[in-house]
Structure formats: structure tokens, C-alpha cells
Design a protein around this ligand. Sequence first.
Ligand SMILES: [Fe+2]
Ligand SMILES: [Fe+2]
Length: 313
Amino acid sequence: MDVEERRAEFLARLDAGAKVEADDWMPPDYRAELVRLISLHAVSEIMGTLPEKEWVPRAPTLKRKLAIMAKVQDEAGHGQLLLRVVEDLMRPWGRTREDLFQDLFSGRQKYHNVFHMPTPTWADAGLIAWLVDGAAIITQGMLLAGSYAPYTRALRRIVEEEAFHIQHGESICMALAEGTPAQRAMFQDALNRWWPALLMFFGPPEGHPLSSHQAPNLRFRIRFKSNEELRQRFLTKYVPRIRALGFRIPDPTLTQDPQTGWWTYQQPDWQLWYAVIHNRGPKSMERLRLRRLTYEEGAWVRRAFFEPVASAP
Ligand SMILES: [Fe+2]
Ligand SMILES: [Fe+2]
């Protein structure tokens, strides 16, 4: 059987609902798409700890401090789970997680647009946990049914924890909504700044010149919905909730078709999204510098684990 026949048989098995394990044969482009997707996810979980970690020492109460600290630890754990999944996939290429981090530092490996944003107020910390994690769970919930079993097993645990993060974030945002005029203004200001980044979270719509990888991932049954379908689901879920708290969505054109439920909205600046994910966002370089410093400071731990101990004389 030649490679093309093997590939056709592989795709037919996927269509029949088969799941793929790490040691199974897979077409090179299937492996490449998985590595691209899961590397982005893993590295984004790790980079995603940085904007919120800024608020661990400044959380307004002990209870909030414990909650945000636990969330930051969870996100680092998600990164670890996913790095193991991607390392198994990269093994035939001779690549390791160290290579992935070097790619991150050199700008070859991207991380998610939302984590390039500044978090100047406590409302930003609440908004990330409520709405960024809310957007993430919409994407990850869809990926749970994917064809690559090791990724879906990791996602099951991640999604359970994300559900707690959203409740923690919603609780912060509700407290601000019920608070003083200054607290309400703080949340509205954060929402105004974050709205375009939240829309960008799902990536450009199909057919947009900057949109890529949706079609192969659909074909490989790694994903089941387009970026736009996920964005629409986010709007349907969160626009009413944000408005119920008395806040204003910063888009005067935002409307929902009463028949189809489809939202019309002001398109975010996709050129800006492209610049941000290529490390030209407001906090891109600062966060990369911090990540590199932490990586270098942790080198002794990796040495202690992986280098053979010199035998005593
Ligand atoms: Fe996470
Ligand atoms: Fe999370």
C-alpha cells in the first residue's frame, strides 16, 4: 500500500469516528497540524499565566488572592499537560519542548493574541477569567470530540478546570457591577479596551486572507466549527450576560437577527491582530523577556532532573 492509499484509508477511518493514538501511523500533514495547534495551545496557557500573575500580590482580599493564585497554577498545569502531548507528536522529528521554548523566544512560535494585552486594573484580571476563559471553553469544548485521543484526554481535564476559572471571573465582575460608581467605571473601561481582542480571539473568518488552517483541521476532524461559528456562539452566550450587569458593549453596530440569531458586529482590525501575534502587541516583548528570564533561572532544576549525577570518588 503506498502513502496515498494509506492516507485515504486513514481519512476514511477518521470519518467513521476512529480515534488516533500517539503510536499509530498518521499522515505527515495530520501530525503537522496537530503540532501547530497543540504547541500554540500549550505555549498560550503558559504565557497566559503572566497577565494574571501581576494581580496575585495586589488582589483586593485574601479570598481573591487564593483564587487567582490557584487559577494561575492551573494554567501552568494545562501548559505542562499539553507540552507532554506535543512532545510525543514531535518525537519522530527529534524535537523537544526546549526547542519549542527557543522558538517562542526567537518569535517563530506564536502565542494567543489576548495574552499580549496589558492588565492595568483588577477589572482586567476579572475580565480575563470571565470572558477570555469563557471564549477558551467555547473553543476547547468543540475540540473535545477531536480525532487525536491524547489531546482530547488532556482537554477533558482542562475544560473542567476552566469552568471553575469562569466562575471565579464572573464573581469578580459581578462584585464590580454591584460596587461603587468607580468600580463600575473600572469594569466598563476594561471592557472597552478588551472588546476587539475578545472578537479576535477566535481568529479571522473563513475566506479572510489572514485565515488559515481551518479547512485541514475540519477535514482531519480535529475541529468541527469555523472561527465565525465559535465567535457567534460567544456573542450569543456573553452579550446578554454583560448587558444584564448593566454594562455597554462598545460597538454601536452590534445587532442580532431575531430570526437566525446571527450577530452583525464591527469587524476588529485583523491587520492589528496579525501584528499582535507576531509580537508587535503592547506587552509582547516584555512578557517574552520575563518568560525567558524565568526559563533561564529554572535551568538548574532541569539540570538536576535530567543530567546524570557524577559518581562519588
Ligand atoms: Fe487553561
Ligand atoms: Fe483558565
